[in-house]
Design a protein around this ligand. Structure first.
Ligand code: IPE
Ligand code: IPE
Ligand code: MG
Length: 232
């Protein structure tokens, strides 16, 4: 029996290169990327994955050309509105993780409505990281702790509770597509002991079969958490 990770987190990378390889504009890769994401969300739901977190737009991604940034924001808005009812009917809970202050008001309204509508759902917890970075998350947590409890010494437990991921267990498996072996400021605190799966496949080509392959790989890891190996 395969063990299904409770929490899978994904750095969805390679949309631009997928498009470039086909002589298409970068944004065509983003459109295909959202289609790929839809299949992965459905598959995670079918497999009984409890938490799925995806990195959709990082804080450093604001440094891209304005056209690409606004296309991405419109794409997220459009697909969120389109998929909301289906996700809700599948009992999925939607959450956005990141800095909400710079998101345009139309998208923010949809984000809040999606979270509100699905808050009581008990199926897949689907979190979308938007204007997010791991460093930002830690800094906002520290600032809130200082403001609320200036006298109390900070512990790992307290800091975890102030992170935007409070209530979400740390991911057991992190997947990054597109051949880059880096974390790019994603969940720096939370993936302290995660298994990191890197694949050369560009995100738009990442299929449910690829996901199964990553889960298979995960099943062959020995998670030691600092202890000595039980396999020797
Ligand atoms: C990931 O694909 C999507 C976002 C970062 C928004 P990229 O757009 O980074 O694609 P590449 O890495 O340029 O191929
Ligand atoms: C990471 O991809 C961010 C997202 C997938 C949203 P990037 O394409 O921004 O990462 P780098 O620049 O290659 O490290
Ligand atoms: Mg990239």
């Amino acid at each position: 029996m395969k063990q299904i990770p409770q929490h899978i987190a994904i750095i969805m990378d390679g949309n631009g290169r997928w498009a470039k390889k086909r002589f298409l504009p970068r944004v065509a890769g983003h459109v295909k990327g959202v289609n790929a994401l839809k299949k992965i969300v459905t598959h995670c739901n079918d497999l009984g994955v409890k938490y799925l977190t995806v990195f959709a737009f990082g804080r450093e991604n604001w440094n891209r050309p304005q056209d690409e940034v606004s296309f991405l924001m419109r794409l997220i808005l459009k697909r969120l509105n389109k998929e909301l009812d289906e996700l809700h009917s599948k009992n999925a809970q939607i959450k956005f993780i990141g800095d909400r202050s710079r998101i345009n008001s139309e998208l923010l309204a949809s984000v809040l409505a999606a979270e509100d509508k699905t808050r009581q759902n008990t199926g897949l917890n689907f979190s979308i990281c938007l204007d997010y970075s791991g460093q930002y998350d830690i800094v906002q947590a520290v600032n809130r702790i200082i403001a609320e409890n200036p006298e109390t010494p900070v512990t790992e437990e307290i800091l975890s509770q102030y992170l935007l991921t409070d209530g979400i267990p740390n991911p057991e498996l992190v997947i990054r597509t597109s051949g880059e072996s880096r974390i790019s400021n994603f969940m720096l605190w939370q993936l302290a002991y995660s298994e990191l799966y890197f694949t050369n496949i560009y995100w738009p080509d990442f299929s449910p079969a690829e996901l199964e392959g990553a889960i298979e790989w995960y099943n062959n890891r020995e998670r030691r958490f600092g202890k000595i190996s039980e396999q020797i």
